[in-house]
Design a binder for this molecule. Structure first.
Ligand code: NDP
Length: 312
């Protein structure tokens, strides 16, 4: 490919948000290239079963959903490159992307690199991911009706999601490494759940291992005040923070929030003209596939408007 070619739009990431955006841009004859350094379909592709994506009454395997999104984008001409974007420079009318395949220029860029859930990195966590170990209560909470769960974390996310999960579970053990760091409002609500016997809080508790018998999670091995203890559960939800994939934006001028997520305006434009962001990497994202897809469609329409604007 000629290094001087200025492409219409380059999308960084090929998860649901970028793939949805690519369906919209390519259908309107906007030349579109996507760069993906991991799995096409992002986190969705490695999710066992997606039960809350509209249009699939019986749910859909994450991999199947990802494959369909990819096929749909490619049907209209999206080109997916397997490689990384390591740096972006703003040159006004075009953006220069330093990629593992060399330099690429584009009039507009969509960043849809997503966020990863922080992991505890303990035995059993990766092995039972999606089958007893989860990172999204809205997605997977309903699988635990009348079951016992452990929730790991002591920040706003863990407390809020533990409270949410009580609508399904028979009981929750909240495993907190040091102390509760949630807001006063959430602490009060948590106390109400503790008083009602729905949640038990374990402070100064570190997780050593998630243990399963015949591939079914049975308990979490923890150390509580230095003593080994087994907490019997049917599943574990981990909420210990997010890790947005934005390191490559250093020096690009794209503004991030205090968590490293990309700030956008209502039109999904970042602080740099011509660079847009959508999906789980965006500050304020809801971390849902349906929202990521919706934002992708919005970003594509805004990119079209941007490309049609006369340039000074
Ligand atoms: P936080 O960084 O606020 O909290 C992380 C929690 O996870 C802490 O309790 C921390 O423990 C614990 N933790 C970190 N690493 C490990 C580990 N390896 N093993 C066990 N525990 C660990 O992350 P959140 O995701 O809760 O929140 C992210 C941001 O989003 C925050 O700014 C939060 O305020 C915001 N938020 C706000 C909400 C609201 O206002 N309703 C709802 C959800 C999020 P330790 O204290 O020991 O480090």
């Amino acid at each position: 490919m000629n290094e001087d070619t200025i492409h219409d739009v380059i999308m960084v990431g090929a998860g649901p948000s970028a793939l949805a955006a690519a369906v919209y841009t390519t259908r309107e004859d906007i030349e579109t290239i996507l760069f993906e350094k991991g799995a096409i379909g992002g986190l969705a592709a490695i999710t066992d079963q997606v039960d809350n994506y509209p249009g699939f009454a019986e749910g859909v395997a994450g991999l199947k959903l990802a494959e369909q999104l990819e096929k749909q984008a490619e049907r209209f001409g999206a080109k997916i490159e397997l490689g990384s974007v390591d740096k972006i420079e703003d040159h006004g009318e075009y953006k220069l992307l330093h990629t593992s395949d060399g330099p690429f220029k584009a009039k507009a860029v969509l960043i849809a690199t997503g966020s990863d859930y922080k992991k505890m990195n303990v035995p059993g966590e990766e092995e039972y991911y999606g089958r007893g170990v989860h990172y999204c209560a809205t997605c997977d909470g309903a699988f635990y009706r009348d079951k016992r769960l452990a929730v790991v974390g002591g920040g706003n996310s863990a407390v809020q999601e533990a409270i949410f999960l009580t609508r399904f579970t028979s009981h929750i053990d909240l495993l907190v490494r040091s102390t509760i760091r949630a807001s006063d409002v959430l602490k009060k609500e948590l106390q109400r759940m503790v008083d009602e016997g729905k949640i038990t809080v374990h402070l100064a508790t570190t997780v050593d291992e998630i243990v399963a018998v015949d591939k079914k999670v049975t308990h979490v091995a923890v150390h509580q005040d230095g003593q080994p203890v087994n907490v019997e559960v049917d599943g574990v939800f981990v909420f210990i923070g997010l890790s947005p994939n934005t390191a490559f934006l250093e020096g690009s001028g794209v503004e991030l929030d205090e968590l490293g997520l990309i700030k956008t305006d209502i039109e999904l434009h970042t602080s740099v003209r011509g660079i847009f962001a959508s999906g789980d990497v965006r500050s304020g994202a809801t971390m849902q596939i349906a929202s990521a897809v919706g934002e992708g469609a919005t970003a594509a329409l805004k990119i079209r408007e941007y490309l049609e604007q006369p340039k000074e």
